[in-house]
Ligand binder design. Sequence first.
Ligand SMILES: CSC[C@H]1O[C@H](OP(=O)(O)O)[C@H](O)[C@@H]1O
Length: 352
Amino acid sequence: MRKLKDIRPIKVENYKLYVLNQLKLPLEEEWLELSTYEDVAKAIKDMIVRGAPLIGIVGAYGFAIGVKQLIKEGKPLENAKKVLKTLKNTRPTAVNLFWALDRIWKKFEKWKNEKTKEELVKAFFKEANKIDLEDYHANKSIGGYGQVLIPKKANILTHCNTGALATSGWGTALGVIRSAYEEGKDITVYVDETRPYLQGARLTAWELVQEGIPHYLITDNSAGFLISKGLIDVIIVGADRITANGDVANKIGTFTLSVLAKEYNIPFYVAAPTTTFDLETEKGEDIPIEERNENEVKKCGGCAIAPIETKALNYSFDITPAENITAIITEKGIINEINKENIKKFLKGDIK
Ligand SMILES: CSC[C@H]1O[C@H](OP(=O)(O)O)[C@H](O)[C@@H]1O
């Protein structure tokens, strides 16, 4: 067994939240304290922190910080609704954010009449920490189930960042890669740079360097060529929302990879905790797809790469249909038959 690091994207000390500023990686490791819920909302919206599970965790801590703020400022607790709304209005696609905030709000409804103000602050930080830890254990379990699917010697292509920087630690798709490497498998990772935020080039490559895992950075438009040359054995990606029928919202470019995988008969896996499933949303086309500022496309590292007059489209996610997915790897096991009935049974625990 190889020994890997335990990279953490956030830390909480004395009821204060500190986050690694992912806009500065890989060149600078800058830690920021988010001392108000408005700071937390801005950090999620500006992608100082990002990644479906991580924005849920940070959102939960943001609510705890908001309650602490209301109490300190002597404002009525009814204002907590505004804290919730502000955090929910940050990014629309990753369901983990809404799942975490809904879980916290249910606690608020119960605790607001039961606990003293001091107990409330401690209770919300404790609940956010539970969400954080549950995610970490889920990722280790996803890694355990998923690494079995990775051949002893494999070239693995992955898209975006689904590692410790997108979660509580270890990661989902990159967590499977970590677990396969930890098991001693002979793997090489091909990392899509993932324009325009460059999660692959700036974050996944940084994590793989930290772990000493062999990898190549590739341009997004190289994936098809490498796949057509038979250089890729497995594709594994994360998810921001999985609908009742098994369609998957994930970083823009994921759908294209799924089509290539189908064309060249390569396994295409999605790795995600069960908190990423949204059974209230029937199918992929019903998922709200975030559109971000066009300047994220027209600039790179702050430098213009397109004429100022040019308009740009900046969809942050796309939809991969269930029929393009070989299997979904979760902390409860692997879903091979991806359809509404099977997903419902699997999540209820009726099938393993
Ligand atoms: C562990 S899932 C991470 C998921 O979130 C990323 O999106 P973003 O970087 O915009 O937050 C991407 O879709 C990843 O697959």
